[in-house]
Design a protein around this ligand. Sequence first.
Ligand code: HAX
Length: 388
Amino acid sequence: MTDDNALFTVTGDHLNTGLRGVPVGTCRTSFVTPDEGVHYCGYPIAELANLQPEDVIYLLFNKELPTPEQALAFRADLQKRAVVPSGLDEVFTSLPKDGHPMDWLSVGIHALGMMDTTGDWKEDALNLIARMPRMMGLLFRHREGRGDNIPEDDPSLSMVQRFVTTLEMEGVDDALMEQILSTYLVLHMDHGGGNLSTFTGKAIASGHATVYASLAGSMNALSGPLHGRANQSCLEFVLRVGTSDPEQVEAFVRNELEAKRPVFGFGHAVLRSEDPRATVQFALGERLCPDDENFKIIRTLREVAPRVLSENPKISNPNANVDIASGALLHHVGFTDPTYYTTFFGWARVAGIGAQIVDERTVMRHGKGTPIYRPKYMAEEQTLRHLE
Ligand code: HAX
């Protein structure tokens, strides 16, 4: 630690850059490397992709994978916490149906907090995680005007099954949806300590606001188009491409670049090769829906776009990122409205950010917790002149 600290010097060039690259703290749940992407508690994400979300949540909170006995006990613990107060239906009934689903998610988390907060960091984080599947299902049902006759929650089911049975979507293959959602959740749970939504949640919690207030804030941060909403934009981009013919796709990509628009689903701030989370989702798509029209488009994009983007030496990583494939898979199992996609991202992140908040509040500094965030801002020269 001491050497790293000594190696990093903050200069004037670091000001007004959004703390980019400035060391702030340590993270016990995950880190990102340029080649292997995100690792949860030391495991490269590709090794965890086929696990159940419950087991990965256990990992993020306990820093080790559960034994079969621990896995069962953890599921039983989540079941006990799963009951969503009925007042949430009333809150959701009153929200504007054309409000963005991410705003609904933030309100939903806040409402759950208003109905039941213990004040214990870990209890509240686990309670919220256990209530997310039902809350997500209710969010879809009420926002889509299907708030009547919602089936009772069955906490003995898996988290993903609880969401799918609350949703009761007609004409879809529930088993396929569960498989795609399970993988999606595992891949999106955590991504280091400094991404905007995680940082925001920890900053809010550092003032000892509740877990619910902190995670509602995280969701607001995640909703921005430069952050979590990129997965919505990515599927919208794929729908605009509209063809899997390689020549036409190449012409489309070049046209986007000429028009100074981003080629969505490619590039990354940290990774320098294809994001393993994209690789996993491509493999899943090849297995589950190789002939899906959107999947065929992203398969062609994956061949064409890196080659075209590589022509620009400024682009540090021309390869596919996590957002390229998730939309096509979600679309395939019946989620045809991309405005909902970031809510799945948020659902997943509640686990990782929740675990990081618990670490910062109860483990860091020998259990004393990280103090309230207070980075330093310098006075602008003009302000100083005004004061003189
Ligand atoms: N399409 C067009 N231009 C791109 C590009 C892409 N896919 N990837 C990079 N560039 C441009 C950057 O905008 C930047 O241009 P300027 O110098 O004019 O600012 C230049 O190439 C160098 O960028 P970089 O250093 O390689 O990458 P950045 O850290 O600046 O940007 C981004 C990383 C992910 C924002 C970028 O690659 C991008 O805009 N990609 C397309 C949008 C996208 O897929 N977003 C989802 C990202 C996944 C994620 O992290 N989700 O949370």
